[in-house]
Design a binder for this molecule. Structure first.
Ligand code: IMP
Length: 191
């Protein structure tokens, strides 16, 4: 278990297990930034973060990049219970930027069923970017299919609900500096 001192006091009793420590997150984000730098050398890249979950990976990734880059954000919601996605995606905030002819890198926090990503990729492709690639910090195993859309991939995690480093449960825990699971009581209290 990571240093409890680094867990905000209000969250201390809620954490079950730390799956990815802050150092591993930072190391992997640095490696991904180096890959992006190599691939986009000499080009201008627009990073599109998917709110809210991708806000921390966007902040860390963009500060590591050497290539010319800009940022924009989209927000979408997928309906369903609070710990699973229904696949019905609605755009809550669209891009400020016209991406036609741009090199776009979509930055996702986590790919679970892949339905949100499928929707966003189709939606952005329809706007005719010069190129469109995907960076996903986390993904859960999907025996049903490969993840052909993900060019830059941080970590595969077990099929469990996780919080931290941008990811929430009921809008809490986004500020944890690592990826963790929650104790079952947390979900019971929410009901
Ligand atoms: P998908 O459409 O099933 O791939 O779900 C993707 C979205 O669901 C992510 O962008 C997250 O917002 C949310 N999500 C999926 N799994 C988790 C999780 O374990 N913790 C927090 N949010 C999750």
């Amino acid at each position: 278990m990571a240093e409890l001192a680094s867990i905000p006091t209000v969250h201390r009793d809620a954490i079950a297990e730390v799956l990815i420590e802050p150092e591993r997150l930072q190391t992997r984000v640095t490696e991904l930034a180096a890959e992006v730098d190599a691939d986009y050398a000499g080009r201008d890249v627009l990073l599109v973060g998917v709110l809210k979950g991708a806000f921390l990976v966007m902040a860390d990734l963009t500060r590591q990049l050497q290539v010319d880059s800009q940022v924009d954000f989209m927000a979408c919601s997928s309906y369903g219970s609070s710990t699973s996605s229904s696949g019905v995606v609605r755009i809550l905030k669209d891009l400020d930027t016209n991406i036609e002819g741009r090199h776009v890198l979509l930055v996702e926090d986590i790919v679970d069923s892949g339905l949100t990503l499928d929707y966003l990729v189709r939606n952005l492709r329809a706007r005719h970017p010069a190129s469109l690639e995907v960076l996903a910090l986390l993904s859960k195993p999907d025996p049903a299919r490969e993840r052909p859309d993900i060019r830059y991939h941080g970590f595969e995690i077990p099929d469990v609900f996780v919080v931290g480093y941008g990811l929430d449960y009921a809008e809490r825990y986004r500020n944890l500096p690592y990826i963790a699971t929650l104790r079952p009581e947390v979900y019971e209290h929410q009901r």
